[in-house]
Design a protein around this ligand. Structure first.
Ligand code: FAD
Ligand code: DLZ
Length: 516
């Protein structure tokens, strides 16, 4: 057969399964389509990253001698939607089947499988760029009561041998999280991130994105993403040499001024295929083995990739499509409008949104404990919040975004992913960040004009979900405090929270919020 091999914007790896064993007359297709840029209003930096990386990747494939068709966004014949465009190209080149590696979203997987044999067969191939497959995870999960990350991660450590010494975990413990919770000291130099020069390809894509998607949330000015494998390797080396040693201790810290801290910024390159998780984990392990980085940092980092990244992907593929309908806490609120505008007096939230707007990036704790926690406390619906996260981060693909937002942040999967919601009051933000000293609200106050709204919202949340959450052993302590609180204090708190929620402008649509 003469195949058309469709490569999606997040499949830019030369060892992709569909690129092996190709007949000489195979046609490889990459398609820029407006449909993928708009199904949520992606951040312009994310679109530039993907389109520029696609263009560079097409060139890399051509230089390997492959026959490549590249549909550019402005091509007059472009059907602007992936499946029709691939079928058009297959007809154009006289291909008799379309091959594609499992896409990163259920939406496309379903659309591809629904094509069956009409007008020609679609052959879907498993994505082998991960440590595990959905099938292997399903076998591991079979018969288990709880699917906790920790046991899955240990299994993968044993299987890969990463940070294992004679069959036991390096250093004698599986997990060094207890060492990884330091707030930032007052004066700390953060090594500056490498800046990649913008070549003519990226500049052309920036102009195109400005023209077609310039009305989306997010600024393009600070574009800093790697668009080639070579640039991604520069970022990896920078991380290993300058950031990994301190990654662990400051993993949970938040800064009012520094968006990246000691995080790797490698998620986008990993997710679009410029780096493989194996090479990244092995490189990090080498830093430990050769004495350049401490175990708490290296284990913490490897756990994120070998553990969390594989775990959320496996949950996604084994639980969809039902997973996306989960709303265990019955949250039905719209998104606060400030998630688009940044217009809020809550300093932590304002800075997280501004950093997101400027960089298409926020680190894990900002996503979980600031934008995530506040949405949880404000009853934002899973649908509204998931659409926002999918749009605004350069690394957002539904397989990783959905479990993190719906499961980890909103507890909307009923506790499948996390044993308790990550709800937190202003006290937590004050402990882990320097935001509060720049904020008009006081994290030590729960009622009154200067009280941090997160405090009353936190108690309101606990009260509201007592039936579902109070029996949870990990929440016993906090429900004990709630029970001991006087009726008067509880009712003052409830009123304070309700007043905040009543005055909170909401808008799930970016344009409405921006033009308020
Ligand atoms: P680092 O802190 O340097 O971590 C190293 C790597 O570990 C990351 O590059 C990433 O590949 C992986 N990783 C870390 N945490 C997770 C996690 N919870 N799940 C899966 N992989 C993880 N990550 C995405 O790649 N895409 C998303 O759309 C996404 N959405 C998220 C939404 C929410 C609400 C939360 C709480 C987390 C989300 N994450 C997502 C996970 C994590 O926040 C990002 O991977 C991380 O912030 C990316 O920055 P980094 O590369 O500097 O990460
Ligand atoms: C995110 C994105 C964007 C903005 N544009 C394209 C595109 O034009 N062509 C393409 O093949 N992929 C694009 N992508 C990435 C896809 O949305 C992604 O492959 C699917 O969502 C599956 O993860």
């Amino acid at each position: 057969p003469r195949p058309l091999v469709l490569i999606l914007g997040d499949q830019l790896s030369t060892d992709l399964a569909s690129l092996g064993d190709l007949p000489d007359d195979a046609v490889v297709a990459l398609c820029e389509v407006a449909g993928e840029g708009r199904y949520v209003p992606h951040h312009p930096q994310k679109i530039v990253l993907i389109l520029s990386a696609m263009r560079h990747f097409a060139e890399a494939l051509r230089s390997r001698g492959l026959r490549v068709h590249y549909s550019a966004l402005d091509d007059p014949d472009n059907l602007q939607s992936l499946i029709p465009e691939a079928e058009r190209l297959a007809a154009l080149y006289g291909c008799d089947e379309i091959r594609a590696v499992r896409p990163g979203e259920w939406r496309l997987w379903q659309a591809m499988t629904a094509r069956a044999g009409a007008p020609l067969p679609w052959r879907l191939i498993e994505d082998d760029r991960f440590y595990t497959t959905p099938e292997a995870f399903a076998a591991w999960a079979d018969g288990r009561k709880a699917l906790r990350l920790e046991y899955f991660y240990r299994e993968l450590r044993r299987r890969t041998g990463l940070l294992m010494e004679d069959g036991a975990p390096a250093g004698g413990k599986w997990n060094y999280d207890a060492d990884n919770r330091e707030p930032l000291p007052d004066a700390l130099e953060i090594p500056a991130a490498p800046r990649h020069g913008l070549d003519a390809t990226t500049e052309a894509v920036m102009a195109l994105v400005e023209e077609h998607f310039g009305d989306h949330f997010g600024s393009l000015a600070g574009f800093h993403w790697p668009v080639t494998r070579r640039q991604a390797l520069v970022d990896l080396r920078h991380f290993l040499a300058h950031l990994l040693p301190d990654f662990g201790r400051y993993q949970d810290a938040i800064s009012d001024s520094e968006p990246f801290l000691f995080h790797s910024r490698l998620s986008a390159a990993l997710n679009i295929g410029l780096l493989s998780p194996q090479e990244v984990c092995e490189a990090a392990e080498r830093e430990y083995l050769e004495g350049r980085a401490p175990l708490n940092s290296v284990e913490g980092f490897i756990r994120q990739i070998l553990g969390w990244r594989e775990y959320v992907r496996s949950l996604y593929w084994t639980r969809m499509p039902d997973y996306k309908r989960g709303n265990a806490l019955g949250a039905n609120g719209e998104l606060p409008a400030c998630y688009w505008s940044g217009d809020t007096e809550l300093r932590c939230l304002r800075r997280a949104i501004e950093m997101t707007r400027d960089n298409a990036y926020a680190h894990h704790i900002q996503r979980l404990m600031v934008t995530g926690n506040i949405a949880l406390l404000c009853d934002v619906s899973p649908e509204a919040l998931c659409d926002w996260y999918l749009a605004v981060y350069a690394d957002a693909c539904e397989w990783v975004e959905l479990p993190n937002v719906l499961g980890m942040v909103l507890h909307a999967d009923g506790g499948l992913m996390g044993s308790k919601p990550y709800c937190a009051s202003g006290k937590y933000i004050d402990r882990m960040s320097d935001h509060c000293r720049h904020c008009r609200f006081d994290p030590k106050k729960a009622t009154g004009d200067r009280a941090c709204p997160l405090n009353s919202l936190y108690w309101r949340f606990l009260e509201r979900h007592a039936e579902t959450l109070s029996a949870n052993p990990r929440m016993k302590l906090i429900y004990g405090s709630l029970t001991r609180m006087s009726d008067e204090k509880r009712s003052a708190m409830r009123e304070q929270a309700q007043a905040f929620l009543d005055a909170l402008p909401r808008s799930s649509a970016w344009r409405d919020a921006a033009h308020e």
